[in-house]
Design a protein around this ligand. Structure first.
Ligand SMILES: [Cu+2]
Length: 333
């Protein structure tokens, strides 16, 4: 796999195999209204965030320019938590949006390009564009990263969580081979809009990978799954509008494992709705802080806004490695 080089000319040279797209399904627009209604409010993002003058908060810092942007299964090397602890923004910002809209609050996820195919990995790039047409370049690190990006296939059988790096607002990340067909890209970030306001947003769009999509059925709900020698259990989902507390336990040989922090949380869960690919990204109620004692049980609090099947991608760190457990959960009316 090529390294991420952040060449501004990515789109120019060497991308003859790129699949250009900006396609957005028209019916996604219908989801916009729903997303706006269900959106969480921004929580005090203006307070204590005097970022524009602070180079540490800029996305262009060269120390961000490294090859470790990709987290896939056990391939984790992206653990630069160090400077996140210095900037005073370790809390997670409540995000607005469920990834079904590419635009919210004057910021748009656009210029999505990739030269990855179903056979080979490549680079994925995109920009966050302001209402005035300029590229957003001021980002605040959140959960250890400036931008979290999630890629899922339409059938939710494929999930990747990657962390792009930017040069002049052009976010680039190495991605593995991607499934043929429609791929849904979700980006999660805190950025400054054209008015200088901080926006914690979850924006999403689709693109196509050439080839014939082969949809797999969603696996049946199971109370526990085995992954990397661990037994992982996740609680049941509730009904629409009701708060569910989904407990997560991880054991090995019958003993609880010690959770290790990953991206400033004890675990991360991306829950995608089957069909729409609406995302809820959840963190445990047990907040991670430096020197905190690892809890034995983690609790994801989630109030689903729509009935149907969901695929939960639970990412946790144990014994120095990142692991991912996947669950299907059904939300009833
Ligand atoms: Cu997270």
């Amino acid at each position: 796999m090529r390294s991420t080089t952040h060449r501004p000319g990515l789109r120019g040279a060497g991308t003859t195999a790129a699949t250009p797209f900006q396609r957005r399904r028209a019916h996604r627009a219908l989801g916009l209204a729903a997303a706006a209604v269900l959106a969480l409010t921004l929580s005090g993002c203006g307070e204590g965030m005097n970022s524009s003058a602070d180079p540490a908060l800029q996305s262009e810092s060269p120390e961000e320019d490294s090859m470790d942007g990709m987290d896939m299964g056990d391939d984790m090397g992206d653990m630069d938590h160090g400077d996140a602890q210095g900037d005073g923004h370790m809390h997670s910002h409540e995000t607005e949006g469920d990834g079904l809209s590419a635009s919210l609050r004057g910021l748009t996820l656009g210029e999505v390009e990739t030269n990855a195919t179903s056979e080979s990995g490549g680079e994925l790039s995109f920009r966050i564009v302001k209402e005035n047409g300029t590229t957003a370049t001021e980002f605040v690190r959140d959960q250890g990263k400036y931008v979290h990006a999630y890629l899922v296939s339409e059938d939710l059988s494929t999930y990747h969580h990657v962390h792009p790096k930017a040069a002049a607002g052009n976010w680039v990340v190495n991605v593995p081979p991607l499934p043929a067909g429609r791929v849904h890209l979700v980006t999660n970030f805190v950025a400054v809009d054209a008015e200088g306001e901080y926006r914690a947003l979850t924006l999403g769009t689709d693109f196509n990978i050439a080839g014939e999509a082969t949809a797999k059925p969603l696996p049946k709900p199971a109370p526990e799954v085995q992954v990397d020698g661990y037994t992982v259990t996740l609680g049941e989902a509730a009904s629409v509008g009701a708060e569910a507390k989904l407990n997560l336990t991880v054991t090995k040989g019958g003993r609880p494992v010690t959770f290790e922090p990953y991206l400033e949380a004890w675990a991360h869960t991306s829950a995608f709705a089957a069909g729409t690919q609406a995302i809820s990204h959840l963190h445990p109620a047990q907040e991670w802080k430096p020197d905190a004692t690892p809890p034995e049980v983690l609790t994801f609090v989630w109030t689903p806004s729509a009935a149907g099947d969901y695929r939960f991608f639970v990412e946790f760190m144990a014994e120095g490695e990142l692991h991912r457990a996947e669950f299907t959960r059904t939300v009833s009316n």
